[in-house]
Design a protein around this ligand. Structure first.
Ligand code: GDP
Length: 492
């Protein structure tokens, strides 16, 4: 995963657009936010007289863990320590092709342990059992469908999934997001099983789906390829057992899924939230080792001692072996989806690792803060003639006040050199959407008798977006007019 020109621009304190231009002159056309190869960054660095060493956050974290003698991602011991583990599956496909319905149907039809009635609520993943060649085999499903969540986790360095089930509705056929999902699965090197869904529907044409996907390199077994296509209906339940069998067969044929069940557990957090009564609750997927109640654990920046483990039916369990998803109670904070978790020797080690991670996150946030392009700096640039246009997003407590503000702003006369443009306006609190637009377009947000909502302030801090609050229209107008006229003294 490469960094983007925006990342580099932030690090060396230049305008991302300038980097885009330099690269363009070197013969490469990329956008500011697109991720580029490390070599490209190095070439760019050389051009600008910077010596660039690309250290990924994952590498940084690996070094941190190594300093505690912990290796993340490796099974301890040799071959003889390894035991088979169930495959972990993500369901992907075009919207409305039946991903959610299919996950529901699979879960209801075949919950591991058998008590299908006991399901309370989803913990983000579940296991089902199926019989293949007279053997009971388990499969773990991540039950947030879609490639977005999967790819977001992957972007954080987490490998959460072994196999992708690509759901294609037989009446609709291959659609744009089908291909997108396919690309994401292939980018992650995942073997694919195709579930041709909705075969109960009139107009269903499963043969056509096979033909369409063949063009994208997914050739059905029956045509001599190596992709298993299974016709299913999430509504009637037809084909669900065959789908489970296909997943097991694909895992056996394409993957060597084994893990050491004896070591201290490691894995990935796939969902987490703050529960009013229980505190931070994280669903983790154990990837190696066995997680026990009482273990000292670090998950991203959170740590703690495992107070309780709950399985996908909401029952207390004392341990979780490889590929089993469990809810963990006892963490001090809420980790992010895609954060790794590790069990360590004692609480002290857990706390130290968590503290170091937090300190690093704080430093990164501070560095971002130092790069903040505030209104003051924009004013400075206006003064120096570096910026010709001040972009604003207006939020107010009523449509009347927003109109009045915009109207008054449009009457500011500052001549031809500089201009002011309102790129968005609205009634109500300042939202994260407002902040992301401001960040993307380098605009300043004006809040008139409204405040920022939820995480908007935090996000603005992180992304270097300036939010200015006013309760009197003329105060807003005066300050902006002064800025545009280059008369405002920067305030630090
Ligand atoms: P998602 O967006 O891919 O998660 O799709 P959903 O699971 O929400 O399904 C979209 C719609 O298709 C819903 O109205 C489902 O009831 C319907 N649907 C899903 N699977 C089937 C199926 O096998 N047969 C029929 N007839 N309808 C289905």
């Amino acid at each position: 995963r490469g960094a983007s020109l925006t990342d580099l621009a932030e690090k060396i304190g230049v305008d991302p657009a300038a980097l885009v231009q330099v690269l363009f002159h070197l013969g490469e056309m990329v956008t500011a936010t697109q991720s580029v190869a490390d070599e490209t960054l190095q070439v760019l660095g050389a051009e600008l007289n910077y010596d660039i060493e690309v250290v990924s956050p994952e590498d940084e974290d690996r070094e941190l863990l190594e300093s505690f003698d912990i290796e993340f991602g490796e099974n301890e011991g040799g071959e003889e320590e390894l035991a088979a583990r169930p495959p972990v599956v993500t369901v992907m496909g075009h919207v409305d092709h039946g991903k959610t319905k299919l996950l529901d149907a699979l879960r209801k039809s075949n919950v591991a342990g058998g008590e299908a009635g006991g399901i309370t609520q989803s913990i983000g993943a579940y296991q089902v059992a199926t019989e293949v060649d007279d053997q009971e085999r388990k499969i773990t499903f991540i039950d947030t469908p879609g490639h977005e969540a999967f790819t977001a986790m992957r972007a954080r360095g987490a490998k959460s999934t072994d196999i992708a089930v690509l759901v294609v509705a037989a009446d609709d056929g291959v659609m744009p997001q089908t291909i997108e999902a396919l690309n994401h699965a292939q980018a992650a090197d995942l073997p694919i099983v195709v579930a041709v869904n909705k075969i109960d529907k009139e107009g269903a044409d499963p043969t056509k789906v096979r033909g369409q996907l063949t063009e994208y390199g997914l050739v059905p077994e029956e045509y001599g390829g190596d992709t298993i296509f299974v016709d299913v209906s999430a509504i009637t339940g037809v084909g669900l057992d065959e789908l489970l069998e296909a997943i097991v067969l694909t895992a056996d044929a394409a993957l060597d899924l084994r893990a050491n069940p004896e070591m201290d557990a490691q894995g990935v957090a796939i969902e987490a939230h703050l529960d009013k009564g229980r505190g931070p609750v994280a669903t983790v997927l154990v990837q190696r080792g066995t997680l026990h109640v009482g273990d000292s654990i670090v998950a991203g920046p959170a740590h703690g001692r495992v107070r309780a483990l709950l399985n996908d039916s909401g029952e207390n369990v004392t341990e979780a072996p490889p590929s089993m998803p469990v809810q963990v109670l006892g963490l001090t904070a809420v980790p992010g989806a895609g954060d790794s978790f590790i069990v360590v020797d004692d609480d002290r080690t857990a706390r130290q690792i968590a503290d170091k991670r937090e300190a690093r996150a704080r430093m990164a946030a501070q560095a971002a803060g130092a790069r903040r392009k505030t209104l003051d700096q924009l004013f400075e640039q206006l003064e120096k003639g570096e910026t010709q246009e001040l972009l604003l997003i207006l939020k107010g407590d009523s449509s009347g006040s927003v109109e009045a503000l915009e109207d008054a702003l449009s009457k500011i006369d500052v001549g031809d050199e500089v201009s002011l443009r309102v790129i968005d306006r609205g009634v109500g609190a300042i939202t994260e959407t407002n902040v992301s637009l401001a960040a993307a377009s380098n605009a300043v947000i004006i809040g008139y008798n409204v405040r920022a909502q939820g995480k908007a302030t935090e996000m603005a801090d992180r992304q270097g977006v300036d939010i200015r609050y006013y309760s009197v229209i003329y105060a807003a107008i005066d300050e902006i007019e002064a800025a545009l006229k280059g008369m405002l003294k920067p305030i630090y």
